[in-house]
Design a protein around this ligand. Structure first.
Ligand code: BGC
Length: 767
């Protein structure tokens, strides 16, 4: 795409406002007024609204320095994406977004900085708790709800961190070396989907470089792809401190530097010296003016107050739907409300409900599991609590183990709360292991020896290792980080007031060493190679038959479901269409009401490129009463079948039979149907570097080469009947023919090329 791509479509009034400003004023608009405010220009009616974190609630800083992360105005702390992503419920996510938007109105925050849709490339990534999934389809379709919900209130979002910001190690300067195909299929689609369907008012560029160029200066990313290809017309801001070169960034398509580093004069000098075209500066500044205008009505709603209790309720629903039941032998859960229960583990009293860093929220309220159980009438008479361990690094205190064992002995059931202490994971560093603290596992051993009915309840932002100890627990509940109402949400699920309806948004490996990115993690000497390409998460585990502890999409319910009547048709009867519809019947076969999460994976035919065995292309969460059934249907668009062809520099659907799997996890396929697609017919023009094989299958090149073969002298006929010779030839670029025929090969090549060109033109194709 040319350098001339239009970079922003800010409205005419915004453009007119900017045109009337002085050069200095225009420059000033392209950096913040301070760490959390846009620049205002009073005489032009441009207000300097506040923008602040995000992403799972409002972190409105109490002062203007960005350093005081934990000092913020109280707000509802919704489940971080690690939890919320397990809900597989975009409508619920939209409700969370709407509530966050309402809090922004009260607090006069024009843009909340999120959601963060970077792919969980490796579970060690320090910000995995803030990100949605290892799968871009799921990440995009869930996180879009945040954007839609917040913006429905007239408040902006900032989709971040664009792009390939998948680790904390060296995050401010690491060069992410990612193939075009992995970028298009894995690292960009969540952004692309949200940009195209939910129109986030701002994006935030990442700190890192992508293939050699800082995201903040990456014109390919910010202008050619984002604006040119995806049609984005909002504005892009830098991550905090990601803009190192104002002129280069503005030229690339970055509207706003945050926080300001006091270099507006360089922008002015850039225009005066010719390094920055003033029209480009105008476009970038107009994006900021436009944002001010869009958010002004909400920012002027004085006296608005959101309902704290109502938002706590949204947080509770979100927490409840995010809990994932991994194991439930003998139906140990839900716990009977009349049982004698030992609750062990400090996390039951001191919840771990969010992660550290810029997303850290001061919660409005906070519910622990113990408090939530008491509200359900389950307290001291039937419940014994023992903290079991401390949350610091001190070695295990034998007295705590003893008390825990005492509590476990003779109880009907033990709810053992294990997890990662707050300092184990945060923005700013990657983890070194996925193991739970050793002292907690020691405690599990002791408790499991005293009581056979142990349900482990986990609190962790990113994956922890479960396989080594899972046999010692009859039930395992993955509680992720569940926000301020996490205690209540857990109690709802553990006592069976709600179904266990969360499903994994990421695979849980047996060992971290099994992760396909480990060989290139976290990189070295300033760069990290994304050598696993498109084989991230289940795409790798499922394609290469690697065992996992729990697969992507997995989660038990308290009831059971049956999926049948799977049917797929190529859409609309148009034989040229590469789209399909699929439907299936799902029935609640158990004795309780519950949620089924039906997942659709597309398995491509044998391809010219290496493709994962299947990829998620649809999902629906449906509530069914006991015995009830429903038909779920999905429309699969062309992209559901496409891969990114590096050669075509475009999406490509090959002709062939595609299997459409209807599943309850990436490893539990209920059944499949097949559609035969014609393919999109896109083909590369042939040239001297194309192989004989490529020539032969090409509709235009095939006849050319066939007629050449037919007319060739015996020396040139190249014994195509000989199978070994055929394989050899099929992979030989025609310009390497000299290997076989020596002198005269030039003539053959030019005969082929001119024959091809004639046919190409006759077919009306333009080269
Ligand atoms: C983080 C962003 C955050 C910003 C402002 C940066 O360090 O990467 O996610 O929005 O700070 O706090």
């Amino acid at each position: 795409m040319s350098n001339e791509t239009a970079v922003t479509n800010a409205s005419q009034p915004a453009a007119d406002t900017v045109r009337a400003l002085s050069l200095e004023e225009k420059a000033s608009l392209t950096s913040g007024a301070d760490a959390w405010h846009l620049q205002g220009i009073e005489h032009a009616g441009i207000e300097g609204f506040m923008i602040t974190d995000g992403p799972h609630g409002l972190r409105k800083a109490l002062n203007d320095t960005s350093a005081s992360i934990n000092e913020s105005a109280p707000a509802t702390c919704f489940p971080p994406a690690a939890g919320l992503s397990s809900s597989w419920n975009p409508d619920l996510v939209r409700d969370v977004g709407k509530a966050m938007g309402e809090e922004c109105i009260q607090e006069k925050v024009a843009v909340i900085l999120g959601p963060g849709v970077n792919i969980k490339r490796n579970p060690l990534g320090g910000r995995c708790f803030e990100f949605w999934s290892e799968d871009p389809y799921l990440a995009g379709h869930e996180a879009a709800g945040i954007v839609e919900g917040v913006q429905s209130q007239g408040v902006g979002t900032s989709l971040k961190h664009f792009a390939a910001n998948n680790q904390e190690t060296d995050r401010l300067r690491v060069d992410a070396l990612v193939s075009p195909r992995a970028l298009r299929e894995i690292y960009l689609p969540a952004f692309e989907y949200i940009v195209k369907t939910a129109d986030p008012w701002t994006l935030m560029c990442a700190y890192n470089k992508i293939n050699g160029v800082y995201a903040s200066e990456n014109r390919w990313l910010l202008t050619e792809v984002l604006r040119g290809e995806w049609g984005y017309d909002g504005m892009v801001m830098s991550d905090w401190g990601a803009d190192h070169n104002r002129v280069a960034a503005l030229n690339a398509g970055l509207n706003l530097q945050m926080p300001p580093d006091g270099t507006d004069a360089k922008v002015v000098a850039g225009v005066q010296g010719g390094a920055l075209n003033e029209e480009q500066l105008d476009r970038m500044a107009a994006g900021v003016v436009e944002l001010n205008a869009k958010t002004a009505p909400a920012m002027h709603r004085d006296g608005y107050h959101y309902d704290i209790a109502e938002h706590d309720d949204v947080a509770r629903r979100a927490a409840t739907e995010s809990v994932v039941l991994l194991k439930n032998e003998g139906g140990l859960l839900p716990v009977s409300k009349s049982a004698h229960i030992a609750v062990i583990g400090e996390f039951a009293r001191t919840p771990r409900y969010q992660g550290g860093g810029s997303s850290h929220i001061t919660p409005n309220r906070l519910s622990s599991f113990l408090e939530a159980a008491a509200l359900k009438g389950i307290d001291g008479t039937q419940l014994t609590f023992a903290p079991g361990f401390t949350l610091d690094d001190a070695p295990q205190d034998p007295a705590l183990t003893r008390k825990a064992v005492e509590a476990a002995t003779g109880s009907d059931i033990v709810l053992l709360f294990l997890g990662l202490p707050a300092d184990a994971e945060s923005e700013g560093f990657d983890r070194e292991s996925i193991d739970l603290p050793a002292k907690q596992l020691e405690l599990l051993d002791a408790v499991a020896a005293a009581n056979a009915n142990v349900a482990v309840v986990l609190s962790n932002g990113s994956v922890v290792s479960i396989a080594p100890w899972r046999d010692r627990a009859q039930a395992i509940v993955e509680g992720w980080l569940l926000g301020q109402a996490g205690g209540t949400g857990l109690a709802d699920v553990l006592f069976g007031d709600a179904d266990a309806s969360g499903r994994l948004a990421q695979s849980i490996p047996l060992r971290i060493e099994d992760d396909p990115s480990m060989i290139n993690w976290p990189g070295e000497e300033g760069h990290v190679e994304y050598g696993e390409g498109v084989y991230v998460g289940y795409r790798y585990y499922d394609s290469f038959g690697k065992e996992v502890a729990y697969p992507f999409g997995y989660g038990l319910s308290y009831t059971t479901f049956d999926i049948s009547d799977i049917a797929a048709t190529q859409s609309s009867g148009n034989i040229k269409t590469n789209t399909a519809s699929v439907s299936a019947k799902v029935i609640n076969t158990g004795g309780r009401d519950g949620y089924a999460t039906v997942q659709v994976y597309v398995a491509p035919p044998k391809s010219k490129v290496s493709r994962p065995v299947h990829e998620l292309k649809g999902f629906k969460k449906v509530f069914l009463k006991a015995g009830e059934s429903a038909t779920v249907s999905f429309d699969l668009d062309e992209r559901a079948f496409a891969y990114w062809s590096t050669r075509l520099n475009d999406w490509h659907v090959e002709a062939g039979d595609y299997r459409i799997e209807v599943a309850t996890s990436s490893r539990d396929i209920a059944g499949a149907a097949q559609v035969t697609l014609p393919g999109d017919g896109k083909k590369l023009p042939l040239n001297e570097w194309s192989t004989f094989g490529e020539w032969r299958v090409d509709p235009i090149g095939g006849p050319v080469i066939d007629s050449f073969m037919h007319n060739a002298s015996s020396q040139d006929a190249l014994a195509l009947d000989d199978p070994a010779m055929r394989i050899f030839l099929e992979s030989l670029p025609v310009n390497s023919l000299s290997m076989l025929v020596g002198v005269g090969s030039d003539e053959i090549i030019s005969t082929l090329m001119s024959g091809y060109r004639k046919r190409f033109e006759a077919a009306g194709e333009v080269e």
